[in-house]
Design a protein. Structure first.
Length: 400
């Protein structure tokens, strides 16, 4: 049975050229067994007829705040109570601004205010409008209130420009909703993950870094999100397309990563430090270093141990580290487990074609009083197995 079967979904359609995609979205939702009711803003009716959405949803399209044909004058309250989930697709810049301000001029915004159902928003607008500071601020405030975002997508827009702002394709919106309704074992948990390398500038054009591709950390983020976690992924520079997670934060240096991780740790239930953070960073030269002398000495300074800082917070998340070792895997990992104050450590042998960059990995996992070997397998599969083990240990240490 589909996870959307019998789910009551209130689809809000606001004005924009992408409104035509609402027809496909309704069709997909109905095919999955969802009960769909559509609310259109007046502007939306300029782009697609209510009749189309009525025919596809099998239900009257709601448009007016005061609808004489409703049996009760409280139409919006009825609708607000009816919905298991409110999805607005497309959500225009104007609608997003009105949601942020709590305005209630029309039926759609009024019932968003009057409902306790989770609100999902799929923005669609011109690239410049999306990137405008006002829209970005509105979005970040809505997110901080627990509104879920689907997209926007990147690409060619109806106005001829290219960039972020396209409505996410209906099948991807559907997938997002399926995830929202599938209660995986991580549902309700907030997971913070760091991934990839850091880059430590030597001068304005050069840096020190390492071979981490981000594959292991991104695989963990994707698997956790698929299993219901609310994931924040903090990533150093990688060539990968980020997985769809609740929050994705790009950083460069160990110092940037430290700040982002400490901020994220304030609200995380678990932290997994899979990033390969530089242990030492150069003192950056203000100008490009000139070629001259036959040898060049760089002075390096020790960076702050990010995971050690997290594990010593008063309100600390369950803290999981990685150990990348070229020798004495077990002995080094056990020292890191203890010295960094970790709840669990996943140690991987690294070297040429091992651990870093490659698609497969193997792990020896240690925690106080236990250990388990996870044999070599693709990082995407290994991530799911490691997450199961982490969750087991997390529940063992949080019996309630
Ligand atoms: O990205 P991939 O190409 O897929 O490769 C995956 C990986 C090999 C990078 C990954 O599996 C891994 O092992 N990540 C940790 C790499 C590392 O920096 O290990 P370490 O043994 O040097 O550090 C131990 C722990 O301390 C790690 O959790 C690390 O994130 C953390 N640390 C280290 C230094 C520092 N300044 N702050 C930290 O938090």
């Amino acid at each position: 049975m589909s996870v959307l079967s019998d789910k009551k979904i209130l689809l809000g359609v606001s004005g924009g050229i992408a409104a035509y995609k609402a027809a496909e979205l309704v069709r997909l939702l109905v095919t999955e067994g969802a009960i769909v009711r559509v609310v259109m803003t007046e502007a939306a009716t300029q782009f697609i007829t209510p009749l189309t959405l009525e025919a596809l949803s099998g239900s009257k399209v709601h448009r007016h705040l005061f609808d004489a044909s409703e049996t009760s004058a409280m139409g919006h309250i009825d609708l607000a109570r009816w919905a298991d989930l409110i999805l607005i697709a497309p959500a225009s810049a104007d609608l997003i601004a009105r949601l942020r301000s709590g305005l209630a001029h029309d039926l759609l915004t009024t019932l968003c205010l009057a409902s306790t159902a989770p609100l999902w928003v799929a923005p669609a607008m011109n690239r410049v409008m999306w990137e405008h500071a006002a829209t970005q601020e509105n979005i970040s405030i809505l997110k901080s209130r627990g509104v879920h975002l689907l997209g926007p997508d990147q690409g060619i827009q109806a106005c001829g420009e290219s960039g972020p702002g396209r409505l996410l394709e209906p099948d991807l919106i559907l997938k997002g909703l399926q995830q929202a309704f599938s209660r995986g074992p991580w549902t309700g948990l907030r997971l913070l993950i760091s991934a990839g390398p850091t880059r430590e500038p030597i001068d304005p054009v050069r840096y020190l870094s390492n071979r981490s591709s981000g594959k292991m950390g991104y695989a963990l983020a994707k698997a956790a999100q698929d299993q219901g976690a609310a994931v924040t992924l903090i990533s150093g520079p990688t060539a990968l397309t980020p997985p769809k997670v609740d929050h994705f934060i790009k950083v460069e240096t160990a110092k940037d990563m430290l700040a982002a991780v400490l901020q994220g740790a304030l609200t995380a239930d678990l932290y997994i430090g899979s990033a390969a953070v530089a242990d030492y960073a150069p003192i950056m030269a203000p100008q490009k270093i000139k070629k001259g002398a036959p040898t060049l000495t760089l002075e390096l300074q020790k960076t702050v141990d990010i995971i050690g800082q997290v594990s010593s917070l008063e309100q600390r998340p369950f803290t999981v580290g990685f150990a990348a070792e070229t020798e004495n895997l077990e002995a080094h990992a056990l020292v890191k487990l203890k010295n960094k104050g970790l709840d669990l450590i996943a140690a991987n042998p690294v070297g040429e074609h091992q651990g870093f960059e490659v698609d497969d990995n193997e792990l020896m996992v240690f925690w106080e009083g236990g250990q388990r070997f996870l044999p070599k397998t693709p990082k995407t599969d290994l991530a799911a197995v490691l997450l199961t083990l982490i969750l087991e240990r997390y529940h063992a240490s949080h019996p309630s």
